[in-house]
Ligand binder design. Structure first.
Ligand code: ARG
Length: 565
């Protein structure tokens, strides 16, 4: 695969360049493009350089011509583009033989990084909405790509368990006499019910609103509050969430609670702000920070309690102290852009040298969602409905190869695949319409389609009668369908690197749709059954590598590749 050529070019040519630093070498490498040119029967690796890099062009050319004679058949420079050409047959052999044991990750030019990805982050007792779902799926994919590239990744779920609504929950719990058994059996929905109940009562009764506010204030500032109760609520909720995350194949490294960063725990941060004279009292007696001349952001309310941004400042400082990350990504929808802008401005005003390492990875809205159970969406209900729909489809089309006792597991994986891919296939910033039909459609660009292609390859392997050989004979692989597949397979690491750099899972997702289509075309044209053994074996080798590549890509998206459906 191109990875091999890429790493040779990097190690032997780019790394030894004089007068270049890591960043510059990285820039050069990200320009490296692979292109198949059938007219000359070659694959070329193009390295376009700007004309002011003229000396570098010469230097690269010299090193390459000396040291890469054996790898490439010809190295040429034209218009500041360096072509590393390799004959097609040699390339096919390399691609098919080097990947039999799995896809090796593309080489990162920069040093390994320590990355925090904060994603999902729903609020307790409020429904897990589609924005949280999109954050979950995007954040997980970004984490997977980083892990694949051998960065050190910490996945954090920052759970919203603080704010005035928790006064309502406490009140609602007391009024409804909810016991632990009920809470434990369905914590998320029970808390939501309680919250809605207290809220509804408060619309006609201002006393209740006042009481809820007091309870919350006590929770944040008081000494004699029932903390234990609060811990129980959180404990059950986390357990329940964990079950659901597991269903979509996600395990967090850490649950970070907003309540870890409340009035009692932020003295250090406040003294730092005071030291730097950033805090001023406003007319409402709140402590504020000016992020611009006319814009003041409240940090501490008049009663001494904290705000959402206060807790985020404290959390960022705490995470840096503990983890010394090279980058921290907040995967949160764009409606919170101002919030993160303020956060970053305030941290810069505090002169924290690592503030440039924070990035708000924003994304667009999801419209038009309802489940059979209504418009308040719970993740679990979405997953159940997707699974049920897939199960019905499987049963009614009667094409399934899955025995009845495995049907539930397979339908669940298919439903989840549909949901994940629907969330990843458009650019992050695009708003999109939640649509059950396109999401679960076998024919369109969907997660179901990717699973189907993978299953076809597994089925082919099992039933074609050919033997898997490890040596490639390119003279038997001459069709244009082979070239299309090899070209796509070669692009895998280029695509992963681009997804990584742009924090755009859609680049990988769209690539996998193309790969899946090329595989389907190849399966139709390149028969195995009924062909001479040698030919069949070579074709099987090609399909095996296609399967390994597709499966690796699917895993990065967060899917579990199925062997039958
Ligand atoms: N819990 C918040 C919400 O649902 C999202 C948290 C995003 N992360 C953060 N560090 N503020 O809106």
């Amino acid at each position: 695969m191109s990875n091999y050529m890429r790493s040779i070019i990097f190690k032997k040519v780019i790394k030894p360049l004089r007068n270049t630093d890591n960043a510059y070498q990285h820039k050069i490498m990200s320009n490296l493009k692979i292109q198949f040119n059938s007219a000359y029967d070659t694959y070329s690796f193009k390295l376009p350089l700007k004309s002011n890099d003229y000396n570098i062009v010469n230097e690269i050319e010299n090193i390459a011509k000396n040291d890469l004679k054996d790898t490439f058949d010809n190295i040429a420079v034209k218009d500041n583009v360096i072509y590393f050409n390799v004959q097609r047959d040699k390339y096919v052999i390399k691609t098919l033989e080097n990947n039999l044991c799995g896809v090796t990750p593309p080489l990162l030019v920069e040093n390994k990084k320590n990355i925090i990805v904060e994603f999902s982050s729903p609020n307790i007792a409020k429904p897990f909405h589609l924005g949280h779902l999109r954050s979950t799926v995007l954040g997980n994919c970004i984490s997977n790509i980083n892990t694949f590239l051998q960065n050190q990744v910490t996945k954090i779920n920052y759970l919203g368990d603080w704010g005035t609504q928790f006064g309502y929950i406490q009140l609602g719990m007391d009024m409804s006499n909810i016991d632990n058994i009920e809470l434990q059996s369905d914590p998320i929905k029970t808390l939501y019910k309680v919250y809605v109940h207290a809220n509804t009562l408060a619309t006609d009764n201002p006393e209740i609103h006042k009481r809820a506010k007091e309870i919350f204030k006590d929770l944040e500032l008081g000494d004699n509050i029932n903390y234990e109760n609060w811990q129980t609520i959180k404990h059950f909720t986390a357990l329940e969430l964990e079950k659901t995350y597991k269903r979509i194949g996600i395990v967090f490294d850490k649950y970070d609670w907003e309540s870890l960063y409340t009035a009692k725990n932020i003295n250090k941060m406040i003294s730092l702000m005071e030291e730097m004279q950033l805090l001023t009292l406003d007319n409402d007696n709140r402590k504020v920070v000016f992020v611009s001349e006319e814009k003041a952001i409240p940090i501490i309310k008049s009663d001494g309690s904290t705000l959402y941004i206060t807790r985020d400042i404290a959390a960022a400082i705490d995470r840096f102290e503990k983890n010394k990350f090279d980058a921290m990504y907040y995967v949160v929808d764009y409606s919170q852009s101002d919030h993160f802008l303020n956060l970053i401005t305030i941290l810069s005003k505090m002169k924290l040298p690592w503030v440039d390492r924070l990035k708000h990875v924003k994304f667009g809205r999801v419209h038009g969602m309802s489940t059979r159970k209504g418009t308040a969406v719970f993740l679990e209900d979405i997953l159940d409905e997707a699974k049920e729909k897939m199960k019905q489809k499987q049963i009614t089309t009667k094409t399934t190869k899955v025995p009845l006792n495995e049907m539930d597991v397979v339908s669940d994986i298919l439903g989840v695949s549909g949901i994940i891919v629907q969330n990843l296939k458009q650019g992050r910033m695009h708003n999109y319409e939640f649509n059950w039909n396109t999401m679960l459609n076998l024919k369109g660009d969907s997660g179901i389609k990717l699973q189907y292609t993978h299953c076809r390859l597994c089925n082919l392997e099992e039933n074609c009668g050919a033997a898997l050989v490890t040596e490639c004979d390119p003279s038997l692989l001459k069709e244009s369908e082979v070239d299309s597949l090899i070209t796509l397979i070669s692009q895998f690491d280029e695509v992963v690197l681009k997804s990584y750099e742009e924090l755009e899972p859609c680049i990988l997702t769209i690539y996998l749709f193309h790969l899946s289509k090329a595989i389907s075309v190849a399966i139709q044209k390149l028969h195995i059954k009924g062909e001479p053994n040698d030919l069949g074996n070579q074709r099987l080798l090609l399909f095996r590598i296609a399967k390994i590549t597709l499966a690796q890509g699917m895993k990065l998206l967060g899917l579990t590749p199925l062997v039958k459906m």
